[in-house]
Ligand binder design. Structure first.
Ligand code: 6PG
Length: 256
């Protein structure tokens, strides 16, 4: 079972795997980044040698699966976190950094991102932009991206990105919706820490309750779902598969 550093290394290998696959297939890699704290170490590792040299950054496009209602230089900004840990250190073309422009206001930022998606991501899956990789985290309340329990975005099926009022945080966030996430080629959940253990057990092994546990709603329709979880977060997930490698990937069968 991976510990923090091992999980970071495994996640970096997974990102590079999906990047290589996308670039071989269509010459470009569209990657939706996750926010929060867990991916910091992953981004920092990808920004350093030898990992940084294993990605052709000129063919990478980065997006964000969600953003807080703050300007890009705010300490809480998911853009700022990715910029500081990864994007400022690698030769990614500025035009390939598709920031969720929260400074426009959440509703307008969502609309602008949808227009960009329409224009930039050529490969469509059933009329929905298909990301090569969507990286997600999971909160200890079972949210993912900014799909929080009992919020309006959970019901949305006719939009790709929306503004989502989150009463418990007294804010409105910007988030990818289930249709956009579930159209992806690959979705990886990166989850670490003891605080996630109880919720992870419920999400993976408990009964389906998308309102209470939004992470359960991530079920790629024609793509791969991987849970990359460290020892502490996986403590309650039993029976624990005995994978030969230190990698613990739990594939939840899409429940249709
Ligand atoms: C955000 C994230 C969010 C995050 C989870 C886990 O904007 O906060 O996108 O969905 O992935 O809250 O956050 P941690 O990695 O900090 O536990």
């Amino acid at each position: 079972m991976p510990t923090g550093d091992a999980l970071t290394r495994l996640a970096a290998e997974a990102v590079i795997f999906w990047a290589d696959k996308a670039m071989a297939r269509r010459g470009v890699f569209h990657w939706a980044l996750s926010g929060g704290g867990t991916p910091r170490a992953l981004y920092a590792l990808l920004a350093t040698m030898p990992h940084a040299a294993r990605v052709d950054w000129s063919r990478v496009h980065v997006w964000w699966s969600d953003e807080r209602a703050v300007p890009p230089d705010h300490p809480d900004s998911n853009f700022r976190m990715a910029w500081e840990t990864l994007l400022r250190h690698v030769p990614i073309p500025p035009a390939h950094v598709h920031r969720l422009q929260a400074d426009l206001g959440a509703a307008e930022a969502a609309r602008v991102c949808e227009q960009e998606l329409n224009h930039v991501i050529l490969q469509q899956a059933a009329g929905i932009p298909r990301f090569d990789l969507v990286l997600l985290g999971m909160g200890d309340d079972g949210h993912t991206a900014s799909l929080f329990p009992y919020t309006s975005a959970l019901q949305v099926r006719d939009r790709w990105v929306v503004d989502n009022p989150v009463p418990k945080l007294s804010t409105t966030r910007i988030t990818f919706t289930y249709p956009l996430i579930n159209a992806a080629e690959a979705v990886i959940f990166l989850v670490a820490g003891q605080s996630k253990a109880a919720t992870l057990r419920e999400v993976l092994l408990g009964s389906l309750d998308l309102q209470r546990l939004p992470a359960q709603g991530v079920m790629p329709l024609n793509g791969k779902l991987q849970w990359m979880v460290d020892q502490a977060a996986a403590a309650n997930v039993v029976p624990r598969p005995t994978y030969p490698s230190e990698e613990f990937i739990y594939r939840r069968v899409a429940l249709g």
